[in-house]
Design a protein around this ligand. Structure first.
Ligand code: SAM
Ligand code: SF4
Length: 306
């Protein structure tokens, strides 16, 4: 197969960072890399036909906080014209009850709640729990959209009582729940070697205990793949080989640079889709498999094509 054909005929999922900025400052995250807020240039709207022609079937809109993106609605309309599935990843605190009809264009909403308000707000900021729960209720009362709550497991919210609380809450809110441990990445404000962890780092033993407890509570509100939970319960967060990111899945940053996943966002040399064309940029990223990586767990075993 020619190099230029390596992404042809494959299902492709893109994660697109609409902005580097965010209205929140969660303890484990560093939007903006501590610099100014950047937005993806408008010309991305003209790239959607090309994405479609290359086989893109699913786009995740991410950030930072994607609801800050000025052309958000227009972007959704353009993507939907091609029948591409849309997942929105948002803290939902900016959702406005006067202007949320655009939700009819979205297939999945991922948001984040990290336990009862006293612990969630310690991690995500004061008043965030209440705003997120109110937004979920607003969406559920008006649209039939699937909502997945990301629960980021840290030292502060790793008790069995937290799991019980979240399973009850997700059930009540008619959402699925995705349990995943906090991890280091290029935009993270956490260093699992303990240099800058804000007291959030969690041990392998606690991760395994956490997932063992979830195994006792398998239920249809869990978004996690069963294999993922079993593997986390047995082995904890271990490095995996042959990550599919960069094969069927790419991340586009606010400059139009293409990377496999969050881990590579701060690399210096990245192929730029606006300059090279998207096909060339995807092909430059996707020639080899990554090996020995922590994130592969989350991406490959849990959520790659969900
Ligand atoms: C980067 S945020 C972007 C979308 C939106 N701002 C939000 O918070 O939902 C996407 C998800 O990544 C999670 N996240 C951020 N930093 C993380 C880290 N260091 N480890 C694990 N998850 C993290 C957030 O809690 C959220 O669930
Ligand atoms: S996790 Fe999301 S809401 Fe929190 S600071 Fe990062 S981008 Fe903002």
């Amino acid at each position: 197969m020619e190099e230029s054909d390596s992404i042809k005929n494959k299902l492709i999922k893109l994660n697109i960072l609409l902005t580097s900025g965010c209205n929140l400052r969660c303890l484990y995250c560093k939007p903006d890399h501590g610099c100014q807020m950047l937005f993806l240039p408008d010309k991305i709207l003209d790239s959607i036909q090309e994405f479609y022609d290359l086989g893109v079937c699913h786009i995740g809109l991410i950030g930072g906080e994607p609801l800050l993106y000025p052309n958000f609605y227009e972007f959704l309309v353009r993507i939907k014209k091609f029948g591409i599935k849309i997942s929105l990843h948002s803290n939902l605190t900016l959702l406005n009850n006067k202007n949320f009809e655009w939700l009819s264009l979205v297939d999945n909403v991922f948001t984040c709640i990290n336990g009862p308000s006293y612990v969630n707000d310690k991690i995500r900021g004061k008043g965030v729990y209440e705003k997120t729960v109110a937004a979920i209720k607003l969406i559920k009362n008006n649209y039939n959209v699937q909502i997945i709550i990301d629960y980021i497991i840290t030292k502060l919210n790793s008790r069995k009582s937290h799991v019980d609380y979240m399973l009850r809450l997700a059930d009540e809110l008619r959402c699925k729940i995705n349990f995943q441990p906090v991890f280091e990445h290029s935009l993270a404000r956490i260093d699992l070697n303990g240099l800058e962890d804000n007291g959030l780092s969690i041990t392998q033993k606690d991760i395994m205990n956490f997932y063992n407890y979830i195994m006792e509570h398998y239920s249809d509100i869990l978004y996690n793949a069963r294999e993922y939970i079993n593997s986390m319960a047995d082995n904890g967060y271990v490095k995996l080989d042959n990550c599919q990111m960069g094969k069927h899945f790419f991340t586009i940053d606010v400059h139009g640079d293409v990377v496999r996943c969050y881990k590579f966002l701060t690399e210096k040399e990245k192929p730029n889709g606006f300059k090279l064309g998207w096909k060339n940029a995807f092909n430059q990223v996707g020639t080899t498999y990554c090996s020995s990586c922590f994130y592969a767990h989350q991406f490959n075993e849990n959520c790659l094509f969900k």
